[in-house]
Design a protein around this ligand. Structure first.
Ligand code: SAM
Ligand code: SF4
Length: 331
């Protein structure tokens, strides 16, 4: 029985946050300090997560992404990967990471069955990288990217949030990363999630800026099929490039009509949409497969047709500060 919502969208993709903790403090995602954390005993165990995956798989989930917080700060992530890969229906298992700890863990994760990685990187300049992450070392992420390429965790995608006044001068440098290596750089629009109102208005920039900058520099972007299948990105190539440039516009050209994803937070709440305020805990249903499946269907039935986040930072009927940050929902 496929998971089809009231808008006729088929859902085959579950994004799982394995932790709300992180080793960075990106300025658009987490506050600098005083962050409330989910207590360790409230975080789903790997076996509980796998139970949710098995129930979802019976309903048509075939793609999983592990995210966070920073998934690589949770111990023994390979154990979860092994459990998920043992579910026959799961055909694609990906990881979104800031890449800081990837070099040390990638081989083990690959061996456990990880198919591919997305690595978040907002600047190629060590100082700017440190500013956006508040504490990150660029060379560690770059080493992580090299390791992912060497281990063929492909397609290796780079997630870059475009930030006015911070990294827009680096757009061409990021595009050039796709020329010589099979790297897939995806520019993402900053979303007004979390309590960052003034900062959002200061740093939001629509992705039309990327297209214009590329064209002006004589590197026009040509549409191309998406690497690794469907997703929210529009993919392009630069002539002769080995990788692709993706544009993900959740604000200026949203893709809600194509949304195929559900989310599971680290403490075990199912959510139909980042924007959606409704959350349903799987904990009461974790020992009953039918109840768990019914809960997944219920979550989907309440999915809004689209989010209401717009470029001025407002979010329809939802207070922007009331929305869980990406680190808490799982980005
Ligand atoms: N820690 C991992 C990482 O950074 O890749 C995984 C979790 S992070 C929340 C997932 C993605 O969400 C990252 O690519 C990050 O840049 C993105 N993100 C976080 N807050 C965002 C926001 N307000 N707008 C757009 N993207 C955001
Ligand atoms: Fe951490 Fe990822 Fe959020 Fe940055 S974007 S603070 S790395 S969870």
């Amino acid at each position: 029985m496929p998971l089809i919502d009231q808008q006729g969208r088929t859902h085959d993709y579950l994004r799982i946050s394995v932790t709300d903790r992180c080793n960075l403090r990106c300025l658009y995602c987490m506050g600098e300090e005083g962050i409330e954390q989910v207590a360790h005993h409230d975080i789903l165990t790997y076996e509980e997560i796998a139970t949710v995956v098995r129930a979802g798989a019976e309903l048509g989930i075939s793609k999983i992404r592990l995210t966070g917080g920073e998934p690589l700060v949770r111990k023994n992530l390979g154990d979860l990967i092994v459990l998920i890969k043992s579910v026959e229906e799961i055909k694609d298992l990906a990881l979104t990471t800031n890449g800081i700890l990837l070099t040390g863990q990638a081989a083990e994760l690959k061996k456990a069955g990880l198919d591919r990685v997305n690595i978040s990187l907002d600047s190629l300049n060590p100082k700017v990288y440190r500013r956006t992450t508040r504490c990150g070392e660029l060379n560690e992420v770059m080493a992580g990217i090299e390791t992912a390429l060497q281990l063929d965790l492909k397609p290796v995608k780079i997630n870059t949030v475009l930030l006015k006044g911070i990294n827009e001068t680096e757009v061409l440098d990021f595009i050039k990363l796709t020329l010589d290596r099979p790297l897939h750089v995806r520019f993402i629009e900053y979303m007004p999630i979390g309590d960052h109102d003034r900062q959002y208005r200061e740093h939001y920039l629509p992705l039309s800026y990327v297209e214009e900058t590329a064209a002006q520099a004589g590197l026009p972007l040509t549409p191309t099929p998406l690497p690794g299948g469907a997703g929210p990105a529009e993919a392009y190539t630069v002539k002769g490039g080995k990788g692709t440039v993706g544009l993900i516009h959740p604000i200026s050209r949203h893709f809600c009509d194509r949304c195929n994803r559900l989310r599971l937070t680290a403490e075990g709440n199912l959510k139909a949409c980042l924007y959606c305020q409704d959350e349903y805990s799987v904990k009461g249903a974790i020992n009953d497969r039918d109840a768990l499946k019914a809960l997944i269907v219920k979550v989907l039935s309440g999915k809004p047709s689209e989010h209401q986040m717009v470029a001025d930072g407002s979010c329809g009927s939802v207070e922007p500060g009331a929305m869980r940050t990406m680190s808490k929902t799982g980005g």
